[in-house]
Design a protein around this ligand. Structure first.
Ligand code: FMN
Length: 315
């Protein structure tokens, strides 16, 4: 998620779940091929498994970027066919690619040719674009793209309205239609189908996992990260696992902040992703306020975390 799931966020989430697959923000092929590759692609080995999400629509550029993903050691490379932002539409990629199934097939085929079986090439898309409500539109899109060698599809279970809705509204206003995603799995049993959109608790995860192969959680994971601490046990088949307490996660993140500080990364660049860690617990608001207080931005991590803990415990 843009501006959210950067490497610091992923390192934090990895402290909460060993097994969940984490995704980068969308990175455009232009940014990778003409920009600072290390800045976009470097990550800590502890974040694994991580998928790189690409935005683009030019097969040869995507192939070059898939090679970079392989060289950097990513576990998966994913093509964004779900982002509705006007900027992305002007670049002719993201959700508008759902209207160009043959091109997406060619993009996937070029990426697959570039990386072979070294890492899977996957696609994230919507159930439709604009007012196309017909299931057949998505079915034909998936059928065509599968011909290019994509075996795993992540489906955000609502349409993207390309005209007239902001990206934020496009994550809330078009209705969720999970039944279409279930139908997709029934129709393509040999493809991996991952459902995304509006999943906020364990009961919903279980309900979807009975019908599809996986669930992707976006906003709720970011805003209520402690939920991730139970995923390995609850949903990913681990006998045990997950941190015992938010304090344990805080300690790991304090050490990480100290390591990052030596590379010139200010603690707030890391802790801004952690503000929901204590959500629902007593003192959560004071802890969050202490971490985000502008006066505290220059403090070293150990002091910052101590002030936040004291504020929380005083509540
Ligand atoms: C701040 C923000 C940034 C996002 N950036 C991306 C992105 O870069 N790529 C992408 O595929 N989806 C992106 N999304 C959409 C989410 O991945 C997800 O599909 C959507 O929020 C629905 O899932 P949820 O209800 O679990 O959040 C973003 C969502 C948010 C809130």
């Amino acid at each position: 998620m843009l501006d959210w799931t950067d490497r610091h966020c992923r390192y934090f989430h990895r402290q909460l779940s060993r097994g969940a697959r984490l995704y980068t923000e969308m990175v455009t092929t232009g940014a990778l091929l003409h920009g600072d590759q290390a800045r976009h692609l470097d990550f800590d080995p502890a974040e694994h498994p991580v998928a790189l999400q690409l935005g683009g629509s030019e097969p040869s550029d995507l192939a070059a970027c898939a090679r970079l993903a392989q060289r950097w050691g990513y576990a998966e490379v994913n093509l964004n066919c779900g982002c509705p932002s006007p900027r992305v539409q002007r670049g002719a990629f993201g959700a508008c690619l759902m209207g160009e199934a043959a091109l997406v097939r060619d993009c996937v085929a070029a990426m697959r040719d570039a990386v072979g079986d070294a890492l899977p090439v996957t696609v994230k898309h919507r159930i439709g674009i604009d007012r196309i409500e017909d299931y057949g539109f998505m079915r034909d899109f998936v059928g065509t793209v599968a011909e290019g060698g994509c075996r795993l599809f992540i489906v955000h279970a609502r349409n993207a309205w390309l005209d007239g809705l902001s990206p934020k509204d496009n994550r809330e206003v078009p209705p969720l239609r999970y039944e279409l995603v279930y139908q997709l799995k029934r129709e393509f049993p040999s493809l991996g189908i991952v459902l995304n959109g509006g999943v906020r608790d364990d009961a919903a995860v279980r309900e979807h996992l009975a019908r599809v192969d996986g669930v992707m959680v976006g906003r709720e994971a970011y805003q209520r990260p402690w939920w991730l601490a139970s995923w390995d046990r609850e949903h990913l088949g681990a006998a045990e696992g997950g941190p015992r307490s938010p304090e344990q996660v805080e300690a790991a993140m304090r050490a990480y902040c100290e390591r990052m500080a030596q590379l010139g990364v200010p603690p707030f660049a890391v802790v801004r992703h952690m503000l929901g860690l204590w959500k629902g617990a007593s003192g959560a608001r004071l802890w969050r306020q202490a971490l985000s207080e502008p006066r505290h931005r220059r403090l070293p991590a150990d002091e910052l975390f101590s002030i936040a803990s004291q504020a929380r415990l005083a509540a």
